[in-house]
Design a protein around this ligand. Structure first.
Ligand SMILES: [Zn+2]
Length: 661
């Protein structure tokens, strides 16, 4: 007996050449492998049984028959898909990486490769009862389809797929690209221009499954996804990682997490890395992180719309001993030291820093010990990801002197604040930090560089200590505002907003590539908290909703910053610096499906309402910004669209370094 395939029909011929003409399917297969034939299969069970009884179908042959039938069923579908892919030729513009495409096709053609292993035409007279013999049969018939024999395990796998296809069972994703009984993707973002960090713009579609990027393809059919986002004429960016944030600094932590991560979504931010420390503000208490940190995470979880993590200020000697536990057990891969708290409080109306920090000894000695701890944790962490120390670099003793001068003889307003904490204090503070980083080999992040002098000091540090891992950060407000444009006391922030020359120097450093990350340093603060007295006003304000819009509008459209650089500064670089990459920060297959669809032509003047924050003012008010997100997608779910947040806060705490699985 032999097996033929003609026009998708499986045919069994008896040895004497008589065509038995069976459409053998599940029943025969099940019977052959010992299961009970199912009455509802709609196949010729009687005939299959008959074959079994006549011993004309052996187990192996039954499997073979099943495979052929299965293949015939799938043939059209698969061929159509392959033809569709091949027919679609490159369009203008950048192309999806060939490697990615090759892998995708390889997946889709898995069945061909599998079949091809032992491809033989089966057509001539059989020489034996075992199909194994037939592959050597020289009398192959050209018009007949190739048929493959596979082992029983493979056949059973295919049978399972067919069962799922017929019975509506779980998706047969073990053979992605072969059988697709349900939509292949949960969500697909179609027709957009994807901005891939370190690569550039690509014209491709993105398929999302189970919260992760599952495919990048020239084209994904809309029917292949349960939900489709049409990104025609728009940019598709990896969700921004706003790595400088202050959830709960001035307000209830849970309430602040909700309102301010909603603001983050509006700016295309899908992950927030927030600073927390013990001392005044925040939870307004001190103590060991073993008790306080779980409280912080619990207050944020269930309240944040974005995924989130924490950098922790190590404020006391006791907390120094907790660094290893925080890195190893709690997923805290970054810490902070405030260079100016050793002699100044936050608002700068008191030099009693220890009352503010609620710590015993918070000085350069403490910093040295902290750097040793962080360097050791970094070395011990090996390849799992970077462990680092972030530094707020302003020098307290100099600030004390300059504050006295400005208070005595002016000027007032934000220019006075800039002169009271002049760039010289950043420069000296960075130089101090560099010496200690070198002595301890501690990886460091120099936060919110605000001035020409700060940039020069950081550049000198990199030149002088090329073996050190030094990352440079600046903020939206230092790039966007000057002390003349930041709305007076409303623009009070540390370090201060400076001059137009500083702003231009910062932009120059961003465009040249010496700045690694751009952040919001978001700290939600009510207008009433600013009050009338510059020296008592709370520093800081929100800005996270402007992260992508401002970088696209000012950086890309006006200053020629490449779009790849935009997503590097706001997403990929912070993800790498803080142990999140490539789970976050890119759109590789397997990365979390955190995506932003951005309309580069949508223009909006900044108002407090446009930022979706609880903050009732903004120093950015009146700025005309072109390029706003239309959709923000967190792990595959559209969470911001049509100018509003959708669903409940579903942000998760992300342990860092985060494994990429
Ligand atoms: Zn900050």
């Amino acid at each position: 007996m032999q097996l033929l395939v003609e026009g998708g029909d499986a045919v069994l011929e008896d040895d004497d050449g008589e065509v038995a003409d069976h459409r053998v399917a599940r029943g025969a297969f099940d019977a052959a492998v010992g299961d009970n034939p199912r009455e509802d299969d709609g196949v010729d069970l009687e005939r299959a049984q008959e074959h079994l009884e006549r011993r004309t179908v052996e187990r192996r042959e039954a499997g073979l028959v099943e495979l052929v039938v299965h293949r015939a069923q799938l043939g059209d579908q698969l061929a159509a898909a392959v033809a569709q892919t091949e027919a679609r030729r490159p369009e203008k513009g950048a192309r999806l990486d060939d490697v990615v495409e090759t892998e995708r096709r390889a997946g889709g053609r898995g069945v061909h490769r599998e079949l091809g292993r032992e491809d033989r035409h089966v057509g001539g007279p059989a020489r034996g009862r075992d199909a194994r013999d037939r592959r050597d049969d020289p009398a192959e018939s050209g018009h007949r389809e190739p048929v493959t024999r596979v082992d029983a395990v493979r056949v059973q796998e295919i049978a399972l797929e067919v069962e799922q296809e017929e019975g509506g069972g779980a998706p047969a994703d073990r053979h992605d690209g072969i059988v697709c009984p349900m939509p292949r993707y949960d969500t697909a973002v179609l027709n957009g221009t994807v901005i891939m960090p370190y690569v550039g713009p690509l014209r491709c579609d993105i398929g999302v499954r189970d919260g992760r990027v599952a495919a990048l393809a020239d084209r994904i059919a809309p029917g292949d996804a349960s939900d489709v986002v049409d990104a025609r004429g728009r940019l598709v960016l990896p969700g921004a990682v706003d790595s400088h944030f202050h959830i709960g600094i001035y307000r209830d932590l849970a309430a602040d997490a909700t309102s301010e991560t909603a603001s983050a979504l509006a700016g295309g931010v899908t992950t927030v890395l927030s600073y927390f420390r013990t001392g005044q503000h925040y939870l307004n208490k001190s103590g060991p992180y073993r008790t306080i940190f779980p409280e912080v995470v619990a207050a944020t979880a269930g309240h944040a719309y974005t995924d989130f993590g924490y950098h922790l200020g190590i404020m006391t000697s006791e907390q120094l001993d907790e660094v290893d536990w925080l890195v190893g057990e709690q997923g805290v891969g970054s810490f902070k030291y405030y260079m100016f708290y050793k002699g100044l409080n936050l608002t700068s109306d008191s030099t009693r820093g220890s009352a503010y920090t609620m710590s015993d000894t918070y000085d350069l000695g403490h910093l040295y010990l902290l750097m040793r701890r962080v360097a050791s944790a970094s070395a011990g962490n090996g390849a799992r990801g970077r462990v680092s120390l972030s530094l707020h670099c302003e020098q307290a003793e100099l600030i004390r002197v300059f504050i006295e001068e400005v208070r005595r003889s002016g000027p007032g307003g934000l220019e006075g604040y800039h002169r009271a904490r002049p760039p010289l204090t950043e420069r000296l503070s960075i130089a101090e930090a560099m010496v200690l980083a070198d002595a301890t080999r501690c990886p460091v992040n120099l936060l919110h560089l605000s001035s020409v002098e700060a940039l020069a000091a950081a550049a000198q540090g990199r030149r002088e200590f090329p073996h050190l891992d030094i990352r440079l950060e600046t903020t939206l407000h230092h790039l966007a505002l000057t002390h003349a444009t930041a709305h007076g006391i409303l623009g009070k922030v540390n370090p201060p907003i400076r001059t137009e020359a500083d702003r231009e120097a910062l932009w120059d450093a961003v465009v040249r590539g010496s700045i690694d990350t751009v952040v919001s340093d978001h700290a939600c603060c009510a207008e009433a908290d600013k009050g009338e007295d510059l020296w008592k006003a709370l520093p800081g304000f929100g800005g996270t909703a402007l992260l992508y819009p401002y970088l696209v509008s000012e950086g890309h459209a006006k200053r020629g910053l490449g779009l790849a650089r935009v997503v590097e500064l706001a997403s990929a670089n912070p993800a790498r610096a803080f142990g999140l990459y490539p789970k976050k920060g890119t759109l590789a297959v397997g990365s979390d499906a955190d995506l932003v669809v951005l309309d580069p032509d949508r223009e909006q003047v900044v108002t407090p309402d446009a930022l979706h924050s609880a903050q009732d003012f903004t120093p950015f008010a009146g700025m005309r910004v072109r390029g706003w997100p239309t959709h923000t997608i967190l792990r595959g779910r559209v969470v911001f669209h049509d100018g509003r947040v959708w669903g409940r806060p579903a942000g998760e705490y992300v342990k860092r370094p985060a494994p990429h699985s």
